[in-house]
Design a protein around this ligand. Sequence first.
Ligand SMILES: Cc1cc2nc3c(=O)[nH]c(=O)nc-3n(C[C@H](O)[C@H](O)[C@H](O)COP(=O)(O)O)c2cc1C
Length: 217
Amino acid sequence: MDLLKVIKERKTVRAFKPDPIPKEKIEEILKLAIHAPSAINLQPWEFIVVTGEEKERLSRRLIKAYREKQISCGPGNVKPLPKTYGKRGAKTLELMNPFFEEMGVNSDKFINEGSCNFYGAPVAILICLDDSFPKARMVDIGLALGYLVLTAHEFGLATCPIGLIIAYEDEIKDLLNIPENKNVVIGVALGYPDGNIPINRFKSQRDNLEKFIRWIE
Ligand SMILES: Cc1cc2nc3c(=O)[nH]c(=O)nc-3n(C[C@H](O)[C@H](O)[C@H](O)COP(=O)(O)O)c2cc1C
């Protein structure tokens, strides 16, 4: 497929078929994801791929932690967000709402518990970063994530990056024996999209480029 088409078509999917993904396919995707550039070619990313009963165990633990602590989707801002950003988030949820209504589900519960369950995907990928790196290396992790989601789309698979679960990093590390010196930066749900679930018809919008750009000539 052509790259531009993949970029335009890819979207976050929030309902997956349970069908397993062959290990070779997951490896193929990750082999392409690590083509991402990184500072001084440090390749700081580490992938933990969780499948089968272990993935179900992880989901159960995360849902339990979420129900106990109720820490929800939120980027952990260090200062109050300028209004523009809050409005974008609210607008996105507003546009998603008709799909949740069609499904007869509560949107908060669907997103929060769905994220903890990787939306039923058979594969959960956790991308980790050694804690000796500075925050700037998050950029490299983000690039690998970008390559991963685009490659998955090219292969007819779907993804949902899952940041919510990072609120429960301690639980994840405990369950999966992840060493203390590794930070879990982001999770990704990977699987075949379930075309019968209304929320998967939702496609998020983008503001016009002029909102993001300042030319200095
Ligand atoms: C770093 C990051 C964290 C995210 N965390 C979540 C999450 O926890 N739960 C969720 O449902 N979607 C999550 N998303 C998906 C975003 O909501 C989605 O990318 C955004 O609404 C734009 O939609 P699109 O991916 O379909 O273009 C996350 C995306 C990114 C990049």
